[in-house]
Design a protein around this ligand. Structure first.
Ligand code: SF4
Length: 529
């Protein structure tokens, strides 16, 4: 569904801000690819772009790919911006630039919805999800696109059901320049982990699209040129287990119809390991990766953060079960918890070895506004100003320097090339070997795809195999893959491993943030051109 066309058509410039460099954006992998410049197409802004009245011209710029230009601003009658807390500085900067052209600027998305006061300069604040506030904003701009005298705050009280969401305007994005495609089936999560703002922002009763919408979106993503992998950005893919089970047969059918055109990935709680009926269908639907917020292997810490559901099966057993269905586990890890002890770092390193998880996003605890953690720390007087040059806004119970040092050591050791490639080797031998065997698709056989693969191989062989300082470890892994004729099994892990190794080196050398949310290094370091 789209908004009704009301009054005059307006030209809307949608600008997505740059990301501050982080573990999860893979930018060190981009130079090894055939031109990837950004992580994933942003769902929210592309959804709004698709919802605008049909006769309103829309231009979409992702500043991770290229900055909005003078010509873009001169073309527009109003500017829309959306993003997360980590993009706060960049969003305020877009607003400043748009005001230079005297344009009204509206901001929506998770950051402004949680913290409207972060954005004093914007003309319109769109708080909450797609709904009556969106219609109000469109009506106001249709009547008069000029800047209002005072900031206008529009809050959604009546949300549009996800079953009525239009397909995000993927056609406006340069999808081939993204590392992954993205799609969303549900929103919200039934759990209430202390540090997480998802239940507060999107509710505990997951809202859903229909399987038919997802199939139509997959078709559109494919038409727009997405190849390779698609990530379900749902907060928790099994937040509603019945809904996941309803969707999976449609995904399996779609994969069969398209010759298994995409590898799928999602985020889900670790208790998915208790659901073999879901795991089996995910295997059939060619899910290859599941991101699990494991957070910590320490049961006391999980209890304290209200993440007991991670202990419904022993953690290592849960990971092993997921792997046995051909799915690699990616794990979120948090350091600096109140339950951390001086030996926590060593216990974490032991967990990394035992779990054989190659990719763990190890972050320092950060308190997000509108979370139970924030409220507790505020009561305890343990929130620290972000601007104090620290990597976290939490006053840890252990000395700050000790926590940061322990984090550095964990990063350094976990991402030593030998250790990392050994974990990838395990994944090849154990996990990837358990995936269904899929046919070679027409897309894979096409000259465009072969050329893409050759460019990536050339970049990998030259930049890692010849110039890289870990080339010996690389060749040991690469020759094993090449002997099996497993080119995809070579390219995928090496792209990610290279990012992890380079990022971890920068991080342990103090050149990267220790928290995804820290704004200490506030300048985005992702190349924009
Ligand atoms: S399970 Fe994940 S999404 Fe749900 S509340 Fe916990 S951290 Fe947030």
């Amino acid at each position: 569904m789209r908004a009704e066309g009301i009054g005059t058509a307006r030209r809307i410039l949608c600008v997505f801000p740059r990301y501050t460099s982080s573990f999860g954006t893979f930018e060190y992998a981009y130079p090894l690819t055939d031109g990837v410049q950004a992580f994933m197409p942003p769902q929210g802004l592309l959804l709004i772009a698709a919802y605008l009245p049909e006769n309103w011209p829309v231009r979409f710029i992702d500043e991770n790919i290229r900055p909005a230009t003078k010509e873009d601003f001169e073309w527009a009658e109003a500017v829309f911006v959306s993003g997360m807390h980590i993009q706060r500085q960049q969003m305020n900067d877009i607003c400043r630039r748009a005001h230079g052209f005297d344009l009204a600027v509206a901001i929506g998305g998770p950051s402004v919805s949680a913290c409207p006061d972060y954005y004093p300069s914007f003309d319109y604040l769109h708080v909450g999800e797609l709904g009556d506030a969106t219609n109000d904003l469109i009506a106001r701009l249709a009547r008069d696109p000029s800047r209002p005298e005072h900031q206008v705050v529009l809050t959604t009280s009546d949300r549009i059901p996800m079953t009525e969401f239009p397909i995000p305007a993927y056609e406006l994005a340069e999808v081939k320049k993204y590392f992954l495609g993205s799609i969303q089936y549900s929103s919200g999560c039934p759990y209430q982990c202390e540090f997480c703002d998802i239940p507060g922002l999107y509710g505990r009763n997951p809202r859903l699209k229909t399987p038919q919408q997802i199939v139509a979106e997959l078709d559109k993503l494919r038409e727009c040129g997405v190849t390779g992998s698609i990530y379900f950005v749902d907060d928790n893919f099994i937040g509603n287990r019945k809904a996941a089970l309803d969707l999976l047969p449609h995904l399996i059918e779609w994969q069969k119809r398209t010759g298994y055109a995409m590898r799928l990935a999602c985020e889900a709680t670790l208790n998915i390991a208790k659901r073999p009926e879901i795991l089996e269908k995910m295997r059939e639907a060619f899910f290859v990766t599941v991101f699990c917020g494991i957070e910590t292997p320490d049961p006391d810490a999980l209890k304290a953060m209200h993440k007991d559901h991670n202990m419904m099966v022993p953690i290592l057993e849960g990971i092993n079960t997921i792997n046995s269905y051909g799915m690699e586990v990616v794990s979120g890890i948090i350091m600096g918890l109140d339950t951390d002890k001086p030996e926590t770092g060593d216990a974490l390193l032991q967990f990394v070895e035992q779990s054989q998880i190659p990719l763990l996003t190890i972050n320092l605890l950060q308190a997000l506004p509108k979370t139970p953690l924030w409220d507790r720390l505020e009561r305890e007087g343990r929130l620290v100003n972000d601007d104090d040059g620290r990597d976290s806004n939490v006053e840890f119970l252990l000395p700050y320097d000790q926590v940061v040092e322990s984090w550095r050591k964990c990063m350094e050791v976990s991402y030593e090339p030998e250790r990392l490639f050994a974990r990838y080797q395990y994944q090849c031998d154990y996990t990837y070997a358990r995936r269904i065997k899929v046919p070679v698709t027409p897309e894979q056989k096409s000259w465009t795809n072969i050329k893409r693969g050759l460019i990536m191989l050339r970049n990998i062989f030259w930049k890692v195999g010849v110039l890289g300082d870990y080339r010996k470890v690389f060749w040991k892994f690469a020759l094993g893959r090449l002997r099996r004729g497993d080119i995809e099994g070579l390219i995928g892990p090496v792209l990610v491993a290279h990012h992890l190794i380079m990022f971890a080196r920068a991080a342990s050398g103090g050149q990267q943030n220790a928290s995804n949310y820290s704004i200490r290094l506030r300048e985005a370091s992702v190349p924009a051109e």
